[in-house]
Design a protein around this ligand. Structure first.
Ligand SMILES: O=C(O)CCC(=O)C(=O)O
Length: 188
């Protein structure tokens, strides 16, 4: 794997990590239908989301509590490959499906307390490449890191990255095709 960033945390990257396809990975995914609160109003999330992993495992973000219905066969295959290749443990995956370029994810960090300190997060992308940006939280002299994540690529975030950096998937209204992203995590 290539080291893309090694300052206040690490980002590793590998193109063509897997042969799994978006169609196979979407099979049996149980979609959620949660709204988020923004400025006192509820809005549908600007993407589709699902939560899989060990059956019954709970994860809360943006005040939304999700309970895992178990692994799908394809997600379990990927989890096992990642564990072997990265020498890490994963018990869950957050599934984000961006229907087109209007769907997005705003600046945030994966720092929920269930993830523990310095989590290893393995992010796999399928379908339309989208722009992923990392921005340092406090040091304005560091340029943001912008990457296009192609289909079947793997990006790993680890070390202190979630403490010091925020990330997002920006809107890109000319994009008409969908993208699937899987972030494998370990929940304590
Ligand atoms: O879709 C992506 O690549 C980013 C997903 C993400 O930021 C997250 O799951 O925390």
């Amino acid at each position: 794997m290539k080291v893309i960033l090694n300052h206040d945390g690490q980002v590793l990257y590998q193109e063509n990590y897997t042969d799994e396809t978006m169609d196979d990975l979407l099979r049996d995914v149980v979609w959620r239908n949660d709204s988020i609160m923004m400025f006192g109003k509820t809005h549908p999330q600007p993407r589709m989301t699902a939560w899989h992993g060990e059956k019954g495992l709970a994860y809360t973000y943006s005040k939304i509590k999700m309970i895992s219905p178990g692994w799908t066969p394809a997600l379990l295959r990927l989890k096992e490959k990642l564990e072997k290749d990265l020498n890490a443990k994963f018990n869950s995956v957050l599934v984000n499906y961006y229907r087109d370029g209007n769907d997005h994810m705003s600046w945030h960090t994966d720092n929920e307390k269930e993830l523990g300190k310095n989590p290893v997060i393995a992010s796999l992308s399928f379908g339309e490449p989208r722009k992923f940006t990392l921005k340092h939280r406090t040091d304005k002299n560091i340029d943001p890191l912008v990457m296009e994540l192609p289909s079947q690529s793997l990006l790993v975030m680890k070390g202190e990255l979630q403490e010091h950096w925020v990330h997002r998937i920006s809107k890109s209204t000319r994009i008409k095709n969908p993208r699937l992203n899987l972030t494998f995590r370990y929940i304590y």
